[in-house]
Design a binder for this molecule. Structure first.
Ligand code: GLU
Length: 230
């Protein structure tokens, strides 16, 4: 089952992501990772580690080695591919344009993977998640639309269950979330927005919680959230 956390606001994201993930440890996991956008360099840093969350915390100096105020984090329970740093999330498109974490299982990933290979995509991991990320990237580039358009095109082609948190390089300060048969909630307070698989991850910050409906999309920005249905 494992967990997802997201944050966009004025605080440093990485420590919030790591604390949130530690509150989701009860759900079980075999590896963990975070992606944080550094506004100063406009780069998104991805750090992943196999095993305990403690390893990721040490690797990132408690989060201080990964500066930035917008990010996503993940604890993985491997279903496709062994527990390893390569298979750990976040996964990204080759140009790092689309970066995402995912809980759940994409049932038709093999068929989608083959389709993407024919279009020239290559894969670094054995996960179904990397297929979803590259499918979103494919539709983003094909129709030159918004992240919501790209997610919409990709998600109607995906069979299975997912809770997804996605960042697009072209859209700073925004996190996109979508879910189908996997839980995910959103918390908004003042100028901060939070995303999590379960309430304990964000309870410290807010009790103002929104539930994303099944087959719904959400766009989180600083202190605001917009919902879309598929
Ligand atoms: N199916 C994905 C994987 O194996 C996500 C597993 C999870 O829910 O953490 O990477």
């Amino acid at each position: 089952m494992c967990g997802i956390v997201g944050y966009v606001g004025d605080e440093q994201a990485a420590p919030i992501l790591l604390t949130g993930l530690s509150k989701l440890e009860y759900r079980g996991y075999d590896s963990a990772g975070i992606a944080v956008r550094n506004e100063a360099t406009d780069k998104i840093a991805i750090v992943k580690a196999k095993g305990r969350l403690k390893t990721l915390i040490e690797k990132t100096d408690g989060g201080s080695a990964v500066p930035g105020t917008c990010g996503i984090g993940h604890t993985r329970w491997a279903t496709h591919g062994e527990p390893s740093t390569v298979n750990a999330h976040p996964h990204c498109s080759d140009d790092e344009n689309v970066i995402a974490v995912h809980n759940g299982i994409i049932e038709n990933y093999q068929e989608l993977r083959e389709k993407l290979i024919k279009k020239g995509y290559t894969f670094k991991s054995e996960t179904d998640t990397e297929v979803a990320v590259k499918l979103i990237d494919y539709y983003y580039k094909k129709y030159l639309g918004t992240p919501v358009d790209a997610l919409n095109h990709a998600l109607v082609r995906i069979r299975g269950s997912y809770a997804l948190a996605v960042m697009f390089k072209d859209y700073p300060g925004e996190i996109y979330a979508a879910r189908k048969d996997s839980p995910m909630i959103i918390g908004v307070t003042g100028g901060e927005s939070y995303l999590a698989s379960d309430v304990p991850a964000i309870l410290k910050y807010t009790r103002n919680v929104y539930y994303i409906g099944n087959m719904e999309l959400a766009k989180l920005t600083k202190g605001a959230v917009a919902f879309y249905n598929l």
